[in-house]
Design a binder for this molecule. Structure first.
Ligand SMILES: *Cc1c(COP(=O)(O)O)cnc(C)c1O
Ligand SMILES: [Zn+2]
Length: 446
């Protein structure tokens, strides 16, 4: 099991205080001298490491106390406000990040936790958190001088890659599982100018192919296997801690999030480890990372429940939550320690529970796609099972916007009601009377 210890001396390979380290064997590599996704020695996952880890004061949020976040409302540069924790000062930006942390009083009362907030990542430029990783990933691609970017995607990564790659003037190529990507996402990738290759296979097979293309030097891979994507996604963790603290004077006890490739789980864990390393966050204040998967695609949950070190690849996966329809979570070696060492857990929910949670969020004005609602469905399940207690402060991450998957939204929502082209008929319909009867009644009114 990877230890994921951050503190170490700066290796020779470091470039401007940044390097890549293998989470399995510890070997370090220069970050930008060659394209590399995994360890040359043992094929383990790589992680960006820094000479200095940030405190809250480094984020320029008006706070001078390194361990006390203080938000100044005028500061809003999104992801790049956290440059102190990133490999570059600025990147290809639209801009992304700085997403809302919503109160949801009815849902909070219904679920019976002390404080419930929804961190809505659907409010990013292309409608998902993938933008945070892509702004950094595309900046690194520029540094490396590559000219073609590629990803396999359940949809949102392809939308973000197409938009950010297009903005950077780079060619973009996306591989999608045919017929399993929500309409909004394909539309985005298409209009932002990606070449879309539809593969008659699931996401995991698409990723196998893209990895092979990347290994042959055909394209620069921007899936979350790319360690720099996760650097951008760390900023979700920084924003949650700052904002929650600003509103409540505490850090949240728990963060509940949907899990696909487990990149976000790994990224949040890394954000917390870095703040602990700098002394900005006490180890006891690290939120419990709690992952949620759909029952039809739950290899991480299986590994957590069995206390296994390795995740078993599920060949057949199915769920309405297509963004997390993934059977082989590539970031599991980074994410499993995150779940375990923070005292979190993982839970699977049914598609019906996901749809119910999507409706409950929508009723409070928060429009999310099905995968996102999995976080709230998971919290409900864990409350019912007594795993999460009533005194907890919880943040649920909602990862993508409602409009990403209009078909799922239409199915979960109310049906349109056909009415006649006539005001009286409309009124009658609203009154629950038959159009013709109401029209007759109204004609008799003085
Ligand atoms: C990518 C994605 C996920 C899965 O995130 P991982 O970091 O791969 O676990 C969940 N929800 C949505 C909407 C996504 O786009
Ligand atoms: Zn290694």
């Amino acid at each position: 099991m990877a230890t994921l210890e951050l503190s170490e001396t700066t290796p020779e390979a470091a470039d401007d205080g940044v390097w890549l380290a293998c989470i399995d064997c510890g070997e370090s590599f220069a970050p930008f001298d060659a394209v590399r996704y995994t360890c040359d020695e043992c094929d383990g996952l790589l992680e960006a490491r820094y000479e200095h880890y940030p405190t809250f004061a480094d984020f320029g949020t008006g706070g001078d106390h390194p361990a006390r976040p203080a938000l100044d409302e005028s500061t809003s540069l999104g992801v790049w406000r956290y440059a102190a924790a990133l490999p570059f000062e600025e990147g290809v930006s639209l801009p992304e990040g700085d997403t809302p942390l919503y109160e949801v009083p009815r849902l909070e009362g219904d679920l019976g936790v002390r404080n419930l907030r929804i961190k809505h990542e659907g409010m990013n430029p292309t409608g998902s958190f993938k933008d945070r990783g892509m702004t950094v990933g595309v900046r690194v691609a520029r540094e490396l001088g590559v000219d073609r970017l590629a990803c396999a995607s359940t949809g949102n990564t392809s939308a973000a890659l197409a938009a950010y790659g297009g903005r950077a003037g780079l060619e973009t190529l996306v591989l999608l599982p045919s017929g399993k990507v929500a309409a909004g996402k394909v539309a985005q990738a298409a209009l932002h100018g990606a070449r879309i290759l539809e593969v008659d296979a699931n996401f995991d097979s698409c990723l196998d192919i893209v990895q092979n293309l990347a290994a042959r030097g055909e394209a620069y891979l921007l899936n979350s296997l790319n360690p720099f994507r996760l650097e951008g996604q760390k900023t979700i963790g920084f924003e949650i801690l700052e904002r929650f603290y600003a509103e409540t004077g505490r850090f949240p006890d728990r963060i509940v999030l949907p899990v696909g490739n487990a990149g976000n789980t790994a990224a949040l864990y890394k954000a917390f480890r870095e703040l602990v390393e700098s002394g900005a966050l006490a180890p006891g204040d690290v939120p419990k990372l709690t992952g949620v998967q759909a029952e039809g695609a739950a290899p991480m949950v299986e590994a957590v429940e069995n206390d296994a070190d390795e995740v078993r690849r599920w060949e057949a996966v199915e769920t309405i939550a297509t963004a997390i329809r993934i059977g082989n979570p590539v970031n599991a070696p980074k994410a499993l320690p995150g779940i375990r060492e923070t005292g979190g857990t993982a839970v699977a929910v049914s598609d019906d529970e996901i749809t119910d949670a999507q409706r409950a969020l929508a009723a409070e004005g928060v429009g999310v796609e099905p995968a996102s609602a999995a976080s709230v469905a998971g919290l409900r399940r864990l409350r019912e099972d007594g795993v999460v207690d009533a005194g907890e402060d919880v943040v649920c991450l909602t990862t993508g916007h409602l409009l990403k998957d209009p078909d799922a939204a239409a199915l979960a929502g109310r049906d349109p009601e056909p009415v006649a082209n006539d005001t009286d008929a409309v009124l009658a319909h609203l009154d629950g009377r038959s159009g013709s009867l109401a029209a007759r009644l109204r004609r008799r009114l003085p």
